[in-house]
Design a protein around this ligand. Structure first.
Ligand SMILES: C[S@@+](CC[C@H](N)C(=O)[O-])C[C@H]1O[C@@H](n2cnc3c(N)ncnc32)[C@H](O)[C@@H]1O
Length: 322
């Protein structure tokens, strides 16, 4: 982004879509010639959409709309028009609409009905336009996700940054997890149930977008892995994988979790936990690190704290290349 030439306020910038996410989503709307960008804010999405389509950008906040206007000039976008309006008052006269509702702060911020405009109003647009895409927060509860759309969660910089709903012709599957910047994508597939079994030679920590999309079984089948526990998102296999959807660890050993025994094992073998992660385990990693109180000069390893058959265990691992 040419940040030095652009106009934005702090809140507008905080709400704005990251550039690589905006470009990816614009790519998903690549067949749309005319798009309404509802709730355009300072123009994070607009700058990507406006490079490929005619866009009508709408926001109720005039100040922010002026910033979006300026920013689109910085990018020399020729086919973008602006309207200051409440989006609920508009007639939808294009075939594609993108909406990025404001997610209010406070208690209801995660719920779709706490969005402005509310998610139920936004999702109703699917009856008026043939292509609808909606940005949602990654923490939106499952029960707030409409059933008749594609739900995609996007990871950028290793974190699950946001979700998007695609309706009508834009929907290509029911769930999707996409990793940026490479655009690796994993989608719903049918297949046999994934086995649950104790750890093999390798343990895999799936990307948060895969976990959030509930595509763990798809991933396990794809990389030939099994689950350590039906409810926990660590996978395992006796074979290594170079899948971009996981962080891979070679298992050194695993043992039931007991603080004293773990400290002894690490001391005896000269290991130092450079990284401590957990899933389904009661103790927080910083607390364990403090209670282990080990000198940092051992061989660096990773501790994965989790449970097997309801019992707390620790997996002592070595991180692999990815
Ligand atoms: C999350 S921000 C949009 C960010 C934008 N997509 C970007 O990347 O810069 C949400 C915007 O929705 C606008 N908004 C909220 N409710 C609205 C409504 N009912 N009508 C029009 N705009 C609205 C807010 O003014 C705010 O600018």
């Amino acid at each position: 982004m040419r940040a030095e030439e652009m106009f934005f306020d702090r809140e507008g910038l905080e709400m704005a879509t990251r550039e690589e996410v905006a470009h990816y989503r614009a790519w998903r709307l690549r067949d749309c010639e005319k798009i309404m960008d509802l709730c355009c804010g300072i123009g994070g999405d607009l700058l990507a959409l406006g490079q490929q389509a005619e866009v009508l950008a709408v926001d109720a906040d005039r100040r922010r709309l002026t910033m979006a206007q300026h920013n689109s000039q910085v990018y020399d976008l020729q086919k973008v028009r602006f309207i200051a309006a409440e989006v609920q008052s508009l007639r939808m006269n294009v075939d594609a609409v993108f909406v990025d509702p404001a997610r209010r702060s406070g208690q209801r911020k995660r719920r779709g009905e706490g969005y402005s405009p509310p998610l139920s109003w936004v999702a109703d647009l699917r009856t008026k336009v043939s292509r609808l895409a909606v940005k949602v927060g990654p923490a939106i509860p499952e029960e707030d996700l409409p059933p008749d759309c594609e739900v995609e969660f996007i990871s950028s910089g290793g974190q699950c940054r946001e979700g998007a709903l695609y309706f009508g012709q834009l929907a290509t599957t029911s769930r999707r997890a996409t990793l940026l910047p490479e655009r690796h994508t994993l989608e719903t597939t049918a297949g046999p149930d994934v086995v649950v079994a104790p750890p093999g030679a390798y343990v895999f920590d799936p990307n948060p977008a895969v976990v959030r999309s509930h595509l763990l079984d798809e991933l396990a089948r794809k990389i030939g892995a099994w689950k350590l526990d039906p409810q926990i998102a660590y996978l395992s296999s006796d074979a290594a994988t170079d899948s971009p959807f996981v962080r891979s660890y070679r298992l050194i050993r695993w043992q039931p979790f007991q603080l004293k025994r773990l400290r002894q094992t690490l001391r005896d073998e000269g290991l130092y936990p450079r990284e401590i992660k957990k899933r389904g385990f009661p103790m927080e990693p910083p607390e364990l690190r403090r209670r282990l109180s080990l000198p940092p000069d051992g061989r660096p390893i990773t501790l994965l704290l989790t449970r097997l058959r309801q019992k707390p265990v620790v997996l002592i691992c070595e991180m692999q290349g990815n």
